[in-house]
Design a binder for this molecule. Structure first.
Ligand SMILES: [Zn+2]
Length: 208
């Protein structure tokens, strides 16, 4: 999409998961995971970034429910991360309590206790690579990998720059690329400026 200049940002899989709740461009909110078919399609497109494998567990009702619960926990913790700034409008009014979200996230991560791995090519630098799974259960591996991505993000260097875009209709969490960035993308900034302009003129307020 032409207006998606957020795509220039480094890849952050936790944001992909959280961003499955998104605005529909028309004042409403879409949920890519709400229906099983949509959730399966999202996993088919994104799961490999989390798990390192294209092998997917079947999306039965239980996994679908757990996937949505995990994302709900992640969104509650994202809301906590941007506080005292405003949370995403999509669910600011119905967030899971932070302690429950934390317990849920950590329980998902514990489904697959992983083994860290170091890679170091003869001509390269030492690097942490994807950890080894310790469970044969593809469902547990998937949920744990999603949870780890959220943990890595929230405990990582990007968290202080996390914001919920407050442009009209936008519900997206994004990571500020520079200090003064207020909107998740240019089109949101344009929309927000138009709305501010309109508000000022409508109320007759003066700004200075
Ligand atoms: Zn936005």
């Amino acid at each position: 999409m032409a207006d998606d200049d957020g795509a220039q940002q480094p890849h952050r899989p936790a944001l992909d998961l959280v961003g499955t709740v998104r605005h529909d461009g028309d004042g409403g909110v879409l949920d890519d995971l709400a229906e099983p078919a949509g959730a399966a399609a999202w996993l088919a497109e994104h799961a490999e970034r989390f798990t390192g494998t294209t092998e997917l567990p079947p999306l039965d009702e239980e996994l679908h429910t757990e996937l949505i619960a995990l994302r709900r926990a992640a969104r509650a913790l994202f809301a906590r991360a941007v506080s005292p700034g405003p949370a995403s409008r999509a669910d600011a009014h119905r967030l899971m309590p932070a302690d429950r979200a934390l317990a849920q996230l950590n329980a998902a991560a514990a489904l697959d206790p992983v083994v860290p791995q170091l890679d170091w090519a003869a001509d390269g630098s030492p690097a942490r690579i994807r950890p080894l799974s310790t469970t044969p259960d593809a469902r547990a591996r998937l949920l744990a990998a999603l949870a780890r991505a959220v943990i890595d993000f929230l405990a990582g260097p990007d968290r202080p720059n996390l914001r919920a875009c407050q442009a009209p209709r936008c519900v997206r969490y994004f990571v500020k690329a520079h200090g003064r960035q207020e909107w998740c993308k240019t089109s949101c900034g344009n929309r927000a400026r138009v709305a501010r302009h309109y508000d000022r003129h409508r109320t007759g307020a003066t700004e200075g």
